[in-house]
Ligand binder design. Structure first.
Ligand SMILES: Nc1ncnc2c1ncn2[C@@H]1O[C@H](COP(=O)(O)OP(=O)(O)OP(=O)(O)O)[C@@H](O)[C@H]1O
Length: 580
């Protein structure tokens, strides 16, 4: 209960900016509902004052009155819809931006625990459910509450005797509705879950379409999707049959009630305790109340799902974002690029009991190029992630130019450390936008100059749209070598003092390989460079090599020295990895 209250407060807070719109909508809602409640009075007036007395003038007046009421009802309904829907759209737009920025500002450990599909779900469908709740559902709730309560009051005013009789029917009906609602809610949730699984299957196959096609597994994927869909379809069948039964029961009970009212009311008319017009208006009010109360029942289910969606959204919004303190440090420049890792112990938050680095120490001098080599899973890429401060150490220190990286402003630090990774991910915009990612305020001339250093200008200018060429999702419309050179141009523009190269394991053809290597050599000039090395040529050229095994440095030194230690790890690694 306390939770629900907190939830509503958050919801209200969220739509705070839209309150004026919601209030306007509420005023029009009251007007339109009141106009709707007035129309049985008009029917009553026609029957009792005009038809029974055969008074044409009274009939004309009643008709005019009705026209007026319906015009007011129509206009106010459209304003009500406009204001409520607008308020919902505005809130959800703000909510989506807020949620997106909340997700993006999380630090890396968060993404180790979350599934992309789930986060996207929150961003699109959960917010849409909440939007519905905030606009259409709230307006329907207020309208139907108003009409149900107002209708019951009017029923009492119109005929207390009949109303008391009818109220006896309500408890068993309410029980029926509640029992049914619970069942439908349960089945709906199962259906939604099953549907989410099938969407997950579709997402996986479409995003991995190259693998699916390469293995000619289209049929298998289609069957997999079809099987999942069948599960949610079977659940839908259950739901349809429950709803169908319920609709039947409700309509029988409803018509029984009407027959009963006509029968009992008819007796009151015969005994002259009630006029024909009053009985007619009474029946109309009963129908209004029944209709509104029925809608309240279905709104309950909508609100329950909005509750679920809202809770999931607030859960995400409530996660403490990155420590703000990290962004308030002095904007110190990395002037030399001397890196020192001292006695580092590290385990990933997702796997706290596996020590990936154990008492790890290394020093890299200004403008030195070092290579890290080692078996797969030794912890090479982990070093790169730690230098970018994607994760913090369990113990030990990382110093850059003598200062603990925790004392650098996080943005400033990341701005001065560049990474060119094995499989560069490009954004689905133009080549120019992708290069400019390294320095958003760069001029076009600077972009071209960076592309030239990265040997990318030649191929870019062969495209008819040049730098404006779109690269497709994740850069699929470029070749592997072209993608890498765009990524290198991006790093050239960023101009970091420290450079991390995560060398590609996949082979490019020799022409492309040559260009990428040349571009990388240009990039390394005047920077401290740490290469996660997979090529013998790179390793040989480095000033120093660190050989890693199971999170520890087992050998270090230049190639010529290491190669002399015949039984050393380095020699074995070279035999295994580079000599085939
Ligand atoms: N985000 C993560 N969460 C949990 N464990 C991780 C994570 N990333 C890597 N690991 C684990 O940390 C260890 C070191 O991984 P790392 O990527 O540094 O190895 P590597 O030496 O770069 O290997 P490779 O040459 O195969 O890329 C591995 O055992 C890996 O399973």
């Amino acid at each position: 209960m306390k939770n629900n209250k907190a939830f509503f407060m958050k919801l209200l807070n969220l739509s705070r900016e839209e309150w004026p719109l919601l209030i306007k909508g509420m005023i029009f809602l009251l007007i339109s509902s009141a106009a709707l409640m007035a129309y049985p009075q008009y029917i009553k007036a026609i029957i009792d004052n005009a038809l029974q007395t055969k008074d044409t003038k009274a009939l004309n007046y009643a008709a005019l009155f009705a026209l007026g009421v319906f015009i007011i009802q129509g206009i106010s309904s459209s304003y009500r819809f406009y204001y409520f829907t607008l308020a919902g759209e505005k809130t959800v737009k703000r909510l989506r931006v807020k949620l997106f920025s909340q997700i993006l500002s999380q630090e890396m450990p968060f993404f180790d625990f979350q599934k992309t599909g789930e986060l996207l779900g929150r961003l699109s469908s959960d917010t849409a459910v909440l939007q519905n709740a905030l606009s259409v559902n709230i307006s329907m709730l207020v309208r139907n509450l108003f009409q149900t309560i107002g209708g019951i009051v009017l029923l009492f005013i119109t005929s207390t005797k009949l109303t008391v009789f009818i109220l006896i029917l309500i408890p068993p009906l309410a029980w029926l509705v509640a029992a049914f609602g619970k069942k439908v809610k349960h089945i709906s949730k199962l259906t939604q879950d099953a549907l989410a699984v099938s969407s997950g299957v579709a997402e996986e196959s479409i995003s991995g379409v190259r693998t699916v096609k390469a293995f000619a597994q289209e049929k298998w994927e289609i069957n997999r999707y079809g099987d999942q869909l069948q599960k949610s379809f079977n659940l839908s069948l259950d739901r349809i049959s429950v709803v169908a039964k319920f609709t039947g029961v409700v309509s029988i009970v409803g018509f029984f009630a009407i027959v009963f009212i006509v029968w009992y009311g008819g007796r009151l008319v015969i005994q002259e305790e009630m006029s024909v017009g009053t009985l007619t208006s009474y029946i109309l009010y009963v129908m209004t109340v029944a209709f509104s109360a029925g809608l309240l029942g279905s709104l309950y289910t909508d609100f329950m799902s909005a509750f679920g969606a809202g809770h999931r959204i607030f859960e995400l919004l409530d996660i403490a974002t990155v420590n703000e303190e990290n962004f308030k440090k002095p904007l110190k420049n990395i002037s030399k690029g001397v890196i020192e890792i001292q006695h580092a112990d590290f385990s990933y938050p997702a796997r706290p009991d596996q020590l990936v680095l154990k008492n790890f120490s290394m020093k890299i001098e200004q403008n030195e190029t070092i290579a890290i080599v080692g078996s797969s899973g030794a912890g090479k890429s982990t070093i790169a992630q730690l230098l970018m401060r994607f994760y913090d150490l369990n113990s030990g220190k990382i110093l850059i130019d003598g200062l603990d990286i925790k004392d650098y402003d996080l943005y400033a630090l990341r701005n001065q450390v560049g990474i060119v990774s094995q499989e560069p991910i490009l954004i689905s915009e133009s080549i120019e936008d992708n290069i400019r990612y390294g320095k958003p305020d760069a001029t076009f001339e600077e972009v071209v100059a960076a592309a030239k250093v990265a040997y990318a200008d030649d191929f870019i200018t062969t495209f008819s749209a040049g730098y404006k060429t779109l690269v497709g999702e994740k850069g699929v419309q470029l070749s592997g070598g072209q993608k890498q050179r765009v990524a290198i141009a991006r790093a050239v523009l960023k101009d970091p003092k420290i450079l991390i190269l995560d060398e590609a394991t996949s082979a490019l053809d020799s022409e492309s390989e040559y260009l990428v290597q040349a571009a990388l050599e240009n990039l390394q000039k005047g920077r401290t460079t740490l290469i996660i090395a997979h090529r013998l040529s790179t390793v040989k050229k480095s000033d120093k090599i660190f050989v890693m095994d199971h999170g520890e440095i087992v050998q270090s030194g230049p190639h010529d020295e290491l190669i002399l230690m015949k039984d050393g790890f380095y020699n074995k690694l070279i035999e295994k990895q580079f000599n085939n």
